[in-house]
Ligand binder design. Structure first.
Ligand SMILES: [Cu+2]
Length: 268
């Protein structure tokens, strides 16, 4: 997660690193173009100003120069096309080889994860301690809370060395599921399904947030993805299935945000 950083996250997967490099390439090229164009403009404004006695030349139309300033931008644009297309293809077709599927559904203001192959799912909401802290506002020093507003009650658990297909949709308004270190940022749109994929090598915890302004508590629906070994994943799965079986057909307990306290505080 970037901490006051200005650049993109390089991330932990190959395609994310490629996106980072592409972004830098574009940034450097665009900066050079900006410097050249504004440099020429400023130079021309200063050295060809009227007070120096310079008079405007009267030429018009130059087939040669028009060809030059059309062909050079085309070459510059084409130099982006190859790497950008390569990354897009990798992002778009990779999910076809997926070994498992997880549906991510946006809710105001929490995420629901459905393990499609296992037939169970759960809500993932802002961790209660963080929810309480943010509602108390200035009463509490939030810098003492680790990963403030980036912690959930039930993280999304996935196995490493497994290709996972993610399907994104929404139950109400448009949300976006964003985990910078994984290069994943996909809109969750009601009535529409987007897809992407992920395959991690190393276990780890990755954090993100909703990246689409989705209403009052937009800032309070973080994403926590926990990648564990296959063995640990299967243990977790057994555990979850047992919990689900005990719950039976009861509606899922939702431990997330009920932010009435904030509203009450505001009604003074
Ligand atoms: Cu949202």
């Amino acid at each position: 997660m970037a901490e006051n950083g200005l650049n993109l996250a390089r991330g932990v997967i190959a395609v994310n690193s490629d996106i980072y490099d592409l972004h830098l390439l574009a940034f450097v090229l665009v900066s050079c173009i900006g410097l050249i164009v504004f440099g020429l403009m400023i130079w021309s404004i200063v050295y060809h100003r009227k007070s120096r006695g310079v008079s405007a030349s009267q030429f018009h139309h130059s087939g040669k120069w028009e060809a030059v300033w059309t062909i050079i931008p085309i070459i510059i644009l084409l130099s982006f096309v190859a790497p950008a297309t390569r990354d897009l293809i990798v992002k778009e077709v990779g999910h076809q080889e997926a070994e498992m599927t997880i549906s991510v559904t946006g809710y105001q203001w929490r995420w629901h994860y459905q393990y499609e192959d296992e037939g169970f799912g759960f809500f993932s909401s802002l961790a209660p301690e963080h929810n309480e802290a943010r509602q108390r506002g200035a009463d509490i020093d939030v810098s003492t809370i680790e990963n403030y507003l980036l912690e959930v009650d039930n993280p999304l658990v996935v196995p490493v060395k497994t290709r996972i297909r993610f399907l994104y949709t929404s139950n109400d308004v448009i949300h976006a599921w964003w985990v910078p270190d994984l290069g994943l940022k996909h809109d969750a749109v009601p009535g529409f399904v987007n897809s992407s994929w992920l395959e991690l090598v190393e276990p780890g915890i990755y954090r993100g947030q909703c990246a689409e302004l989705c209403g009052r508590d937009h800032a309070f629906m973080p994403v926590v993805l926990k990648a564990v070994s296959k063995q640990e994943y299967h243990q977790w799965l057994e555990n979850m299935k047992q919990v689900k079986a005990e719950q039976g057909s009861k509606p899922e307990k939702y431990t997330g945000i009920e932010s009435n306290v904030v509203e009450e505080n505001n009604h003074e």
